[in-house]
Design a protein around this ligand. Structure first.
Ligand code: CP
Length: 336
């Protein structure tokens, strides 16, 4: 494959990218990482413009994209609805039509349930430049790619039978999106990994995406298993990824939007039943010796994870966060 083969390609879910395309992006991310450390110029996007639209807050995604654009020789506009006519109801179509005549890429984070992914696809349907997801209600492909890069750095390119536990965890900070675990269960089995998802029954993932992920596992020699016990999920794992997600999978999205207050009340009550779902030293002891702890961040210290784990040598969270920069640069460099 050549870099030019990717020009104009949208990046909304990694499911739309073939494995060889993902491998090419990871290869480029590795090269860009080396250039970054060697302080070698790598201005793949000289004089190009990226429009970033954030409907929600962000630390890693915003800064990896903006710093990435600067390092690639271009410029990123950091936009939020209050800075745009979105706040007066301008449509996704008109926004995409206009911005795509002024620059070279549009990136968007819209995590509203039942809305976000549709919004990104509407942008894509009306854009003549690539649309990149910065996370929606279903997918977080930038995070998935950085996670995979980090795992390969620690475990090598051949990840067959690497055992990975994706576990729900208690948190009080906010009901976190489903898009991170959904992206991970879709992606990791494509690389032959043995994935176990541990979650209380009140916090399911979305059935249609789970079905696709099972299919990915079957086609690529991976495994995908579900348990409702955090200890069982951790047993013998090479990598653990304990993270909160909300009980949104319980609700049909339209109904969720119609009864948001009711659903939030029910989710809060369900959440309080599972305070014991924390990643602590005892549970890390159930995993393999040398187990790695990952988290997309921000983490809820003291609820999702103990300081003794997140601040231990097992944690590779800052490598994972840093790789958001290198992978974001690869995706922008290829598609824009
Ligand atoms: N992991 C992640 O997407 O972080 P931000 O919400 O800070 O962008």
């Amino acid at each position: 494959m050549k870099n030019k083969d990717f020009k104009g390609k949208h990046f909304i879910t990694l499911q739309d990218w073939r494995k060889e395309e993902i491998d090419h992006a990871l290869d480029l991310a590795g090269k860009l990482k080396k250039k970054y450390y060697d302080w070698k110029p790598h201005r793949m996007l000289r004089d190009k413009t990226l429009f970033m639209m954030f409907f929600e807050q962000s630390t890693r995604t915003r800064n990896s994209m903006e710093a990435g654009m600067t390092q690639l020789g271009g410029h990123a506009h950091d936009l939020t609805p209050d800075k745009m006519q979105l706040s007066h109801g301008e449509s996704a179509k008109d926004t995409a039509m206009v911005l795509s005549r002024m620059g070279h890429g549009i990136a968007c984070r819209n995590c509203f349930y039942g809305i976000g992914n549709k919004y990104l696809n509407e942008l894509a349907d009306n854009s003549r430049i690539p649309i990149m997801s910065l996370q929606d209600d279903l997918y977080h492909p930038m995070q998935g790619l950085a996670d995979l890069m980090t795992i390969q750095e620690y475990f090598g390119k051949d990840l067959k039978d690497i055992k990975i536990a994706i576990s729900w965890a208690y948190a009080t900070s906010h009901a976190k999106p489903l898009s991170v675990p959904l992206s991970q269960i879709l992606l990791f089995p494509r690389y032959g990994m043995d994935v176990t998802v541990a979650a209380p029954k009140e916090f399911p993932l979305l059935k249609n995406i789970v079905d696709t992920a099972q299919n990915n596992a079957k086609e690529n020699g991976g495994k995908l298993t579900f348990v409702d016990d955090m200890d069982a999920g951790f047993e013998d794992a090479d990598i653990v990824i304990p993270k909160n997600w909300g009980g949104f999978g319980n609700y049909i999205f339209d109904e969720y939007n119609a009864n948001e207050a009711e659903c939030m009340k029910e989710m809060k009550a369900n959440l309080e039943k599972h305070k014991s779902w924390i990643c602590d030293e005892r549970r890390m002891g159930l995993a393999k010796k040398g187990v790695k702890y990952m988290h997309a961040l921000p983490a809820d210290r003291g609820n999702e994870v103990t300081p003794g784990v997140i601040d231990s040598p097992a944690a590779i969270i800052y490598d994972e966060a840093e790789n958001r920069l290198h992978t974001a640069k690869a995706i922008m460099g290829l598609t824009m």
